[in-house]
Design a binder for this molecule. Structure first.
Ligand code: TXA
Ligand code: MG
Length: 354
C-alpha cells in the first residue's frame, strides 16, 4: 500500500462549526472515497462514505480488518434510518427516543442502499447517531451517512485519544480530525431489536439496566455470557483476541487481600526472571503496590472513569514495552459488564481466581 500524506486538523469539540473549513475539507475527502478518522463520544472512528462500496473497502485494508466483520453506519438525523433500514420495530423507536444521539448502536434489517461490504454479507445493518458535535457536523457537512469502525489497527485497543489514531493510522488514511480525548472511552452498546425483545450483542456504557427502563424484554447475547465461564476452552487461533496490547494480560479475580497478594507474588516472580511487568490498580489498592511498576486506572466503583482510561492505559503499557500486565477484576454490573467484557477479550480469557 502506498504511504499517504495524512492531513491533520485540530477541531474544537464544543464548537466544531467554528472550523468549517476543516470540516469541508474532510467532507470533500469522504466524497471522493477517501478515509477520515474523527472523534465520537465513545472512541475515534475511521470514516468512509457508507454508500460507496469502493470507499468502504479501503477501511478494511487500512485497519487490516477481516471483511466479514460488519461496520456501523453513523447518521446525524433520526429520519436517515428510513433510507438505510426497513421494518423498524416499535421497540427501536422507543430506544431511539431515549438514547439518541448517544452511545447506542441498533441493528435492523438493511435496505438495498447499504452495500454488503458494510454488513459483512449480512442482511442487517448497524446504525448509530453519535452525540459528539464534531461527528454530527461532519456527517451533516457530507450529506451522506458515514461508515466507521473504531480507528485502530485490527486487534489493538480502540483509539480514545488523537495520538492513538496517529500512531496506528498515520500514512494509511487521508485525514485525522483531532478533537481531543473521547468522553466515554468504550465503544457503543450494540443491540439488535425485534418487536418482542432487544438483544445486547456488545455491552457498553448504555447498560442492560438502562435499556430495561425502556423495554421490558432485554436479553444478553449468549455468546457474551458464555465467555464469562472461566473454564471456557481457549478459542483456536486468535479468534477471541481483541483490544490487546503487546504484553500478556492476567486478570486476578478474588477478594482484595488475596488479589493483592497474588499480584505481588507475580511481580516478584517477574523481577526474578527479568520480565518487565506492571500492575493496573485502582486508587484504593495503589498503596499496596508501593515501589512497583503501576498505572492507576481510577476509583474501584467509578466505572465511568475506569471505562474512560482503560484503552489508553493498555496503550501506555505498549509504549513502555511492558511484557506482562496484571489487573484486578471489576464487578460486572452496570458499565462494569462492558469493562470486564473488553478486559477478558484483551487478556484472551486469562483469568486467575484467588
Ligand atoms: O462506539 C462505537 O461503536 C465505535 C464508534 C466509532 O462509533 N465504533 C465501533 O465500531 O466500535 P467497530 O467496527 O469497532 O465495532 C462494531 C461492532 C462489531 O462488534 C460488529 O461485529 C458489530 O458492531 N456489528 C456491526 N454491524 C453489525 C450487524 N449488522 N449485526 C451484528 N453486529 C454488527
Ligand atoms: Mg473495533
Amino acid at each position: 500500500m502506498d504511504k499517504l500524506d495524512t492531513i491533520i486538523e485540530k477541531i474544537d469539540k464544543i464548537k466544531p462549526d467554528l472550523d468549517k473549513v476543516a470540516l469541508k475539507r474532510a467532507a470533500n475527502i469522504l466524497k471522493n472515497d477517501g478515509l477520515v478518522a474523527f472523534p465520537t463520544e465513545t472512541v475515534y472512528g475511521l470514516g468512509a462514505n457508507a454508500l460507496s462500496e469502493n470507499a468502504v473497502k479501503k477501511i478494511f485494508i487500512a485497519k487490516g480488518r477481516p471483511s466479514d466483520n460488519p461496520l456501523i453506519v453513523h447518521i446525524s438525523k433520526i429520519k436517515d434510518i428510513d433510507y438505510l433500514a426497513k421494518d423498524i420495530p416499535q421497540n427501536a423507536l422507543k430506544l431511539i427516543e431515549r438514547f439518541w444521539p448517544g452511545a447506542l448502536t441498533l441493528v435492523f434489517k438493511k435496505n438495498k442502499s447499504v452495500p454488503y461490504s458494510i454488513s459483512g454479507g449480512l442482511d442487517t445493518v448497524a446504525i448509530r447517531m453519535p452525540c459528539n458535535k464534531i461527528a454530527l457536523s461532519l456527517i451533516d457537512t457530507c450529506g451522506f451517512p458515514i461508515a466507521a469502525p473504531s480507528a485502530n489497527i485490527s486487534g489493538k485497543p480502540s483509539s480514545t485519544e488523537y495520538n492513538h489514531v496517529f500512531n496506528d493510522l498515520y500514512g494509511k488514511i487521508d485525514m485525522i480530525l483531532d478533537g481531543g480525548n473521547c468522553d466515554l472511552g468504550l465503544e457503543s452498546t450494540v443491540v439488535e431489536v425485534f418487536e418482542d425483545r432487544a438483544v445486547i450483542l456488545r455491552p457498553g456504557s448504555i447498560t442492560e439496566e438502562m435499556l430495561k427502563e425502556v423495554i421490558t424484554n432485554v436479553e444478553v447475547d449468549k455468546a457474551i455470557l458464555l465467555q464469562n465461564f472461566k473454564d471456557l476452552p481457549k478459542a483456536p487461533g486468535m479468534k477471541y483476541k481483541h483490544y490487546a496490547p503487546k504484553g500478556k494480560i492476567t486478570i486476578i479475580d478474588g477478594n482484595m487481600e488475596n488479589t493483592v497478594k497474588k499480584i505481588l507474588f507475580f511481580l516478584e516472580e517477574d523481577k526474578n526472571n527479568n520480565v518487565k511487568s506492571l500492575v493496573i490498580s485502582t486508587y484504593e489498592t495503589a498503596q499496596f503496590y508501593k515501589g512497583e511498576n503501576i498505572f492507576k486506572i481510577g476509583g474501584k466503583t467509578d466505572e465511568k472513569e475506569i471505562a474512560r482510561n482503560l484503552f489508553s492505559i493498555l496503550r501506555k503499557c505498549d509504549d513502555d514495552n511492558i511484557e506482562k500486565i496484571y489487573i484486578e477484576s471489576f464487578r460486572e454490573s452496570g458499565i462494569g459488564f462492558a469493562i470486564m467484557n473488553r478486559l477478558k477479550k484483551a487478556s484472551g480469557y486469562n483469568i486467575v481466581k484467588v
